[in-house]
Design a protein around this ligand. Structure first.
Ligand code: FPP
Ligand code: MG
Ligand code: MG
Ligand code: MG
Length: 584
């Protein structure tokens, strides 16, 4: 029986034999597949670029005394900032500005109750009339700070900036760069039906682009930064570092805030470098580079992705677990998309569904080590978490992993049969292959008591906010990866399904998918407003997953080709020294 994928009937370019496969970046297949060309199947090799980091992060050596010293150094400024947040002599404007900065610096998780009490008090007394006499920048900061923390301040606060006669924003707005910048940030918190914010987003974006080259200093840096990526769609840790270096004027009058931010950056970097060392060492020890050399070798990138979900120090173990499981997903995805034959895919999927070590015999040799490691890791997790009654979370992650394998198989069957799914059919499977169900459930495993059975039951209802995050993942990835995937013979992307379903051009299909992504962001924003269905601690990773898709795929396929955005992020967080704490 020929172990060859049927790629001729899908109407796309046939996959070339490995011998003639030349990658877009000029490398020929590194695999020794040409040794027995008559017996070896034709594999859909992608020749993914290698890791840009090699073993760089393995050599890190944590000095526990240093980590402890930072932990101790955090205590003083932490209490000082708590006192600022609860200080009764601040007026509302000053208090909201402070809380805004604390949040943007990635510090609000230290004061959840205090911040909520303060905001609640101020929000109760808010009178929309008050905003009639307040400038655009101040209103925008207040709008954001309330929405960041789930308080639905009405977008009507911006109404006065529109000219009733022309229906557009007033000249005063156009002259106020800081105001526009802040309105642009605010607009990303928009909800369904907030047309004013839709308009504000388009207007401020156009205006800021028009004037950016005329600006200087911090303001120029701030505008360039926000145009690249606004805070709301960015990775919180990176946004905190950027905010610290370009918005000093916002918080420099509070010495304790400056000090806390600096020590916090230093503490977190040490902890995170150690976590990255651990997963890098594990990856090396598991010898994936030898057993599955055809995959995208992306340990720092996947660790970064998970760090994007949650950066709080107490989720250290949770990050390690979620990183490992996400790395398993990379192996699985690339095996299905860029190596295995359809028969092998069926057999691997079956083994993953059976989930028993005896199933290893049915697998092709190259995937056996992966299968063994997968089962071992989950076994270890089950043992570890049975002790405190949390094995349910491990089971949920495992089931989601089995489900995604079936989803990947479905895509492979479509491809094998030369079938382009209908759009609804594609989306049903696409939400599964978005990987965000597996990742978000796996993220719960190490989160501790907060991620209890009730939390999991909520996940199992497939809530709107999770669906939205999955949709953003699936479609933003498709929009940015479909050309590369199509060239290689894959046709299971949302772009192709949309074109087929609605008989539109590729450009129109992409625009429509981008609109769906925008709408999903509004679902996410709505899902984060009070009263929330579950605690903010459980919602935030879902919001952050959507943010990470924007980070990775806004400009290109940043995961397959990680030399731009992700390289910069990894360098900033794990290589560049944080702000020095000397003299503070
Ligand atoms: C789908 C997606 C963006 C998932 C994000 C979560 C994540 C880190 C999953 C691991 C697998 C992965 C990197 C898929 C993206 O590449 P790809 O374009 O090859 O994925 P595809 O084969 O599903 O299109
Ligand atoms: Mg893939
Ligand atoms: Mg895939
Ligand atoms: Mg893709």
């Amino acid at each position: 029986m020929a172990l060859v994928r049927n790629n001729s009937s899908n109407g796309r370019e046939p996959i070339l034999s490995p011998r003639s496969l030349t990658s877009p970046w000029g490398l020929t297949s590194p695999r020794p597949l040409t040794v027995q060309p008559t017996q070896e199947p034709v594999r859909p090799l992608a020749n993914f670029p290698p890791s840009i980091w090699a073993d760089r992060f393995i050599s890190f050596s944590l000095d526990n005394n240093e980590l402890e010293a930072y932990a101790n150094a955090l205590e003083g400024p932490k209490e000082a900032v708590r006192n600022l947040i609860t200080d009764t002599t601040f007026d509302a404007t000053a208090k909201l500005k402070l809380i805004y900065s604390v949040h943007r610096l990635g510090l609000s998780y230290l004061y959840p109750e205090e911040i909520d009490t303060e905001l609640n008090e101020i929000f109760k007394k808010i009178d929309l009339q008050y905003y009639e006499h307040v400038d655009l920048y101040t209103i925008s900061v207040q709008f954001q700070v309330f929405r960041h923390h789930g308080y639905k301040l009405s977008s009507d606060v911006f109404k006065k900036f529109k000219d009733n006669n022309t229906g557009t924003f007033t000249d005063d707005v156009t002259k106020d760069v800081k105001g526009m910048l802040s309105l642009y940030e605010s607009a990303h918190l928009r909800l369904h039906g907030e047309d004013l914010l839709d308009e504000a987003l388009a207007f401020t974006e156009a205006q800021l682009k028009r004037i950016v080259s005329t600006l200087e200093g911090d303001l120029a840096r701030q505008v360039n930064q926000v145009l690249k990526r606004p805070f709301h769609t960015g990775m919180p840790m990176v946004e905190a570092r950027l905010y610290f270096s370009t918005h000093e004027e916002d918080f420099s009058s509070h010495e304790s805030v400056v000090k806390l931010a600096k020590v916090h950056f230093n503490y977190l970097q040490l902890q995170q470098k150690e976590e990255l060392r651990m997963v890098s060492q594990w990856w090396k020890d598991m010898e994936f580079q030898t057993s599955v050399p055809y995959i995208r070798d992306r340990v720092p990138e996947i660790y970064l992705w998970i760090l994007g979900l949650y950066f709080e120090p107490y989720y250290s173990r949770a990050r390690i677990i979620a990183t490992k499981i996400t790395l398993f997903l990379v192996v699985l995805d690339d095996t299905y998309d860029a190596y295995a034959t359809i028969d092998e895919i069926r057999s691997i999927t079956d083994a993953i569904n059976r989930w028993e070590i005896s199933a290893i015999d049915q697998l092709p040799e190259y995937i056996k080590p992966f299968y063994r490691i997968l089962l071992n890791e989950y076994d270890d997790l089950e043992k570890e978490y049975s002790k405190d009654g949390r094995a349910f979370s491990v089971h949920a992650s495992k089931q989601a992993f089995q489900e995604i394998a079936r989803g990947y198989l479905e895509e492979a069957e479509w491809l094998h049969n030369g079938y382009v799914a209908t759009f609804p059919e594609y989306m049903k499977n696409g939400l599964i292959t978005s990987a965000y169900n597996v990742i978000s459930k796996s993220a719960l495993v190490g989160m501790g008591a907060i991620a209890d059975e009730e939390a999991l039951a909520w996940y199992e209802t497939h809530p709107k906010i999770l669906k939205a995050s999955e949709l953003i993942s699936r479609l933003q990835d498709d929009v940015m990866t479909f050309q590369f995937e199509r060239k290689r013979g894959q046709s299971a992307t949302g772009v192709d399904a949309y074109i087929k379903e609605y008989n539109v051009s590729e450009e129109v299909a992409i625009l429509e998918l981008m609109k769906m992504i925008e709408n999903a962001w509004k679902d996410i924003n709505e899902g984060c407003l009070k009263p929330t269905e579950v605690s903010v601690a459980l919602l935030t990773p879902i919001l952050n997953l959507a943010r990470m898709i924007d980070v990775v795929y806004k400009f290109d396929d940043g995961f397959t080709f990680p030399g731009k955005t992700l390289k910069d992020y990894i360098t900033l967080l794990f290589v560049t020294p944080p702000p020095s704490i000397e003299n503070c």
